[in-house]
Design a protein around this ligand. Structure first.
Ligand SMILES: [Zn+2]
Length: 219
């Protein structure tokens, strides 16, 4: 609360009174130098960086960080979203079961095997004339009704595999209409952090985005 109050008073880097500057990767992006969660700030107006990028991420001493790292915001945001969406697209295609079969599904499958062997037995009894044709027909009908019922139950129990994939497909489809908060939530669900490293000696080429300085830590 003290930190928020201080921001309201100074208005540093934002309109006085405003504390709402959560960018896409605020707190998710981390400083590769000290590990602190990065904050965001607006470039000084009238600078080329302001014109081009608007905002940037930074490691803040006031936030407990080393204060030695900053990076233009939009290229990082674009890159991370691109990576996440391609990750989700892969998930959407994946149809392998998300979890092992539960005991109910096991039981349903055992029942189906039992019904199958009852049908074999009924056919055997009919072949040896121990069942009349009408008795045989009734028995087969009973077994087939039962089989239908158990199959429906089994298909209800095994819908889970496709679910993770369809959720991922929906997120990809609707991403453009998501708010920043919704996007942040989805990123945080898949990614533990996005670690941003310093460019190092001679690495500070102006205006060139370097994805190799970003490391995605998946959950
Ligand atoms: Zn730092």
């Amino acid at each position: 609360m003290d930190v928020l109050d201080a921001r309201k008073k100074t208005g540093k880097g934002r309109k006085v009174g405003s504390t709402v500057t959560k960018r896409l990767l605020t707190g998710i992006a981390r400083c590769g130098n000290c590990g602190s969660g990065l904050a965001s700030a607006i470039y000084q107006r009238s600078t080329p960086s302001y014109q081009r990028y608007g905002y940037y991420y930074l490691c803040r001493v006031a936030g407990g960080g080393c204060g030695k790292l900053s990076r233009s915001g939009p290229p990082v945001d674009d890159y991370v979203q691109e990576i996440l969406l391609s990750h989700l697209k892969t998930q959407a295609r994946d149809v392998t079961p998300a979890k092992p079969e539960g005991p109910e599904l096991e039981a349903a499958k055992a029942k189906l095997r039992q019904i199958e062997s009852d049908k074999v037995e009924a056919r055997r009894l009919r072949a040896s004339d121990e069942l009349s044709l009408s008795e045989f027909a009734r028995e087969v009908r009973r077994l087939e009704d039962k089989e239908q019922e158990v199959k429906e139950l089994a298909s209800l129990l095994s819908v889970t595999p496709a679910r993770a994939g369809s959720v991922a497909a929906r997120i990809v489809r609707e991403w453009d209409s998501y708010t920043v908060d919704m996007r942040r939530a989805e990123i945080a669900r898949s990614m533990e952090a996005v670690v941003i490293s310093k460019a190092g000696k001679g690495g500070a080429q102006r205006g060139r985005f370097r994805p190799e300085l970003l490391e995605i830590v998946w959950r």
